[in-house]
Design a binder for this molecule. Sequence first.
Ligand SMILES: [Zn+2]
Length: 190
Amino acid sequence: MTMGRSVGHGCPACLLPGMTLSSVTVDVPYFGEVILSTMLCPHCGMRSTDVLNVTNKEPARYVLKVSSSTDLDVRVVRSSTSKLSIPEIGLVVEPGRSLDGYITNVEGILRRLLEVVRTMEMGLGDDPERLARAKGLIGLLERFIEGKMAEGESLTLVLEDSQGNGLMASSDDRVMKEPLVVLDDQGPAP
Ligand SMILES: [Zn+2]
């Protein structure tokens, strides 16, 4: 079911008021229900999405070792409150409202990271060392997306969410879930 309603927010792109918010409940296999919300600007068409967990909201860290093509199908819910990282290659996507939340799988996450690295590569100019590193990363991500990992090769995908919105879920126990200790100088969250 989808409901659209006008909210008071101004559009971050054209600054005109009247953004429309619609929400739809999505069932994530092996997990439960999450709410996918979409903000749409009727003036310029700017759209942003986010995901809220309504099933079991607890700060958690999910760890998946990606080493074969079957790992690419593991479901991933990335919220604006989620932090994504792949320690082996130093990739970190910090939480933030500026990034859309979405429901995808590991392959979808790797494709988005590949786009990020490709965009970054274009801004590197002619620094040969950094260009070579970016090209190496692109080749690695492309290989994993195609399911052509080398024997014994793996990447660790880590999703941390201090609000408990984001998650990874699979039919078996390949996703490791552990409680996330939130260190916050402002004291405990309300
Ligand atoms: Zn707009």
